[in-house]
Design a protein around this ligand. Structure first.
Ligand code: G
Ligand code: G
Ligand code: MN
Ligand code: NA
Length: 253
């Protein structure tokens, strides 16, 4: 049961599936959407961690196949598993490095058309390191995506090699502060200073800030006080099976 066979075999095989983690507005706990996260339950090796799955895909020239599978599975979950996306709710997808090239905007447009999602529903998450490979080209790709109405988020922010000043040039909608900075926020003054500085700079640039990995009330309280706009984490919800997501729209709002 290779990854290639699973990807080429379509979306019905449950060994490869998506789970969805809700994202909330911190000021009033309104649910804003969900992040789709891939899961691979291997019959012999058990659950393969996503980073390993991504590496296998990238090393075997399956980056694009994986991307197409993601959109197909979103469509499948929507149409067959009834994961409806109410107006205004967004779905965030993590992009594999090999998809991040000049052809990305056209490729995404094709996927949207094929699967019947609208650009406004989509958030694309990319890590800051991917954008550092060719900064000028990355700027153009992000501009093109946003021109199409797609939102772009910088994922795992704070763990990469970029400097803060590059945020000024790279136009994104959101910045997701890595969960290592949110963990025990109430117990670490340095982390609080870091988060506060990021929020100030981001807001100055009209960029929204998402706090990842909120696990307890004190972390939530501080993330909110420090000005983070959105939050995601086990305190609110773990990544959920598709069938459990629609119920969350109601609970959250
Ligand atoms: O879901 P989990 O916390 O185990 O994810 C671990 C890492 O794998 C995260 O950094 C996440 O961004 C990444 N990841 C999860 N799903 C996908 C996916 O569908 N595509 C890519 N490229 N990365 C993913
Ligand atoms: O890098 P990225 O943001 O895509 O990673 C998302 C991953 O983080 C998901 O796979 C999810 O399992 C994990 N995650 C989400 N919320 C929490 C949390 O509150 N605590 C921890 N430890 N991990 C979380
Ligand atoms: Mn992510
Ligand atoms: Na992250």
């Amino acid at each position: 049961q290779s990854l290639r066979r699973l990807l080429e075999g379509g979306v019905v095989d449950g060994a490869l599936r998506l789970v969805y983690q809700p994202v909330y507005r911190l000021s009033d706990q309104t649910m804003l959407g969900a992040e789709a996260l891939i899961r691979w339950a291997h019959p012999h090796y058990g659950n393969i961690p996503p980073p390993e799955l991504i590496e296998v895909a990238e090393n075997n020239g399956l980056g694009r196949a994986l991307g197409e599978w993601l959109f197909s599975r979103l469509q499948f979950d929507r149409d067959v598993n009834r994961v409806t996306w109410p107006d205004g709710m967004t779905v965030a997808l993590n992009l594999s490095p090999s998809l991040f090239h000049a052809g990305l905007p056209d490729w995404v447009a094709g996927q949207l058309q094929r699967t019947g999602f609208r650009a406004e529903q989509l958030v694309l998450e990319i890590t800051e390191n991917i954008t550092m490979v060719d900064f000028q080209r990355s700027k153009q790709i992000l501009e093109d995506l946003r021109q199409m109405g797609i939102k772009v988020a910088l994922d795992d922010f704070g763990t990469g090699y970029s400097s803060l000043s590059y945020l000024r040039e790279l136009k994104v909608d959101k910045l997701k502060i890595d969960r290592s900075f949110i963990h025990n926020l109430h117990e670490d003054q340095n982390q609080r200073m870091f988060v506060m500085s990021i929020v100030q700079l981001a807001h100055h640039l009209q960029v929204q800030v998402v706090a990842e990995g909120i696990e307890c009330r004190p972390e939530e309280l501080l993330a909110t006080e420090l000005g983070c706009d959105e939050g995601q984490g086990y305190l609110y919800a773990r990544p959920l099976e598709a069938s459990h997501l629609p119920g969350m729209w109601l609970v959250g709002n």
